[in-house]
Design a protein around this ligand. Sequence first.
Ligand code: ZN
Length: 347
Amino acid sequence: MSALGAPSSAVPLPAGIVREAAGPEQVVLVWGAGALDALMGGLAEAGNLPLRLTPAETPEMIEVSGAPALLLLVDVDLLDDTTVGTLDVVRAMAPQTRVCVLAGAGSGANGLLRALRAGLSEVVDPHDEQAVAELLAAQVGRSGERVLAVGAHPDDVEIGAGATLLRHRSLGHPVSVLTLSRGAVGGHREDRRREAVGAAVAMSAELLMGDLPDTRMEDAPDMITLIEGVIATVRPTTVYVHSSADNHQDHRAVHRAAVIAARRVPQLFCYQSPSSRNEFAPTKFVAVDATIHEKVGVLAHYRSQATRHYLEPDLVVASARYWARQLTHTLYAEPFEVLRASEQATV
Ligand SMILES: [Zn+2]
């Protein structure tokens, strides 16, 4: 057993919730094949972390790895003017990248000096399994931001917060979507499940689905317990849910249950729905210039709902354009009511 405790998936999902899509594992890029073997010891020491160590030695390899380079480990002996230049390219591609230099007792001072001059001050000894384990565990986000978005029906979360969830993902925050029904009233169950999976995969999000009775969620027993169970598994730091200012009875029921279930989650925000009332009163606006068009692509997965006007791309984009008037230097924004927020915004 690792000194760092149980892996993040230690708490099983509650009965009645199915994981329909797994979120992607995180990729840690290792520059310097010689260091990879040594690092595996640290990965083993850290326990069953959902991440993969991948050798990548050029910006192109980092790009094709399909993951934002959130942690890049560089062998100190490889640092020269060319590689330092390459690191600059990587950081321009993925500004959130954390670069850590691999150096041990036997490493020469020249490489370390070069690292310092390049602004790389984080150093870990690849043979120090405990130090590597701690670095990797921190990377998985044990103390970092984790997001859970809760909706009554397939497509609710994506319509209300899709671009913001994509922004979380681009910052490396793991995102889970909990959809409490299969949306059987609005279409064929299996079609809607498949569409929801497609949308989750497009957002690089985990998809958890319940099977509460569509349009009759107010009568569903134990919805609070169900959401509490998911929160125990996902351990979110931020929860997004329906607003209470909503004409749909299921949305209001999910709002009420989630507010209670998420009482210990540091941040709790409510998103807008097509059925929101005018009383919806957002005070938080997330700039989504970089992800609004990707959101349109995510919504396109809901083909069975294509006749619904609120999924029309120009309406989705125009709504975000409208809310951006609350921010400066922003073209597109998504609005949220704030039920609870940390001092420091995470998106
Ligand atoms: Zn809905």
